[in-house]
Design a binder for this molecule. Structure first.
Ligand code: FES
Length: 115
């Protein structure tokens, strides 16, 4: 039986994510079902393969496994500091994350983090 973990975006909501599910996929599903009502912007979704950087986020608590992520968007230093691409990580425990988007992108209410 697959393990399931809780993914929380503080202040926005939380959802369940299976151990073999990418965090971004769980968040997309949660948003579709209205579980992230307080998210201040539309969930940033792009390539879903670790290449475009729009799903950049910071893990503030929890453990995760990583698939390859573009070094153009997540440097080795970023990775050491808990920055991830949400489409390229799998939970190993409950996670708390903050969405950051690509550097320079300005998120706003009811807008996409990226244009
Ligand atoms: S959606 Fe493109 S890097 Fe995550």
């Amino acid at each position: 039986m697959k393990q399931r973990f809780t993914i929380t975006i503080p202040g926005a909501g939380s959802t369940q994510c299976a151990e073999d599910e990418r965090v971004l996929v769980a968040l997309e599903r949660a948003q579709g079902f209205g579980q992230l009502r307080n998210l201040p912007c539309r969930l940033p979704v792009g390539c879903r393969r670790g290449g475009c950087g729009v799903c950049r986020a910071r893990v503030i608590d929890g453990q995760y496994a990583k698939a390859p992520m573009s070094r153009a968007h997540i440097s080795a230093e970023d990775e050491d500091n808990g920055l991830i691409l949400a489409c390229s990580v799998y939970p190993l425990s409950d996670l708390s994350i903050v969405l950051e988007g690509r550097p320079g992108a300005v998120p706003g209410p009811q807008s996409k983090m990226e244009e």
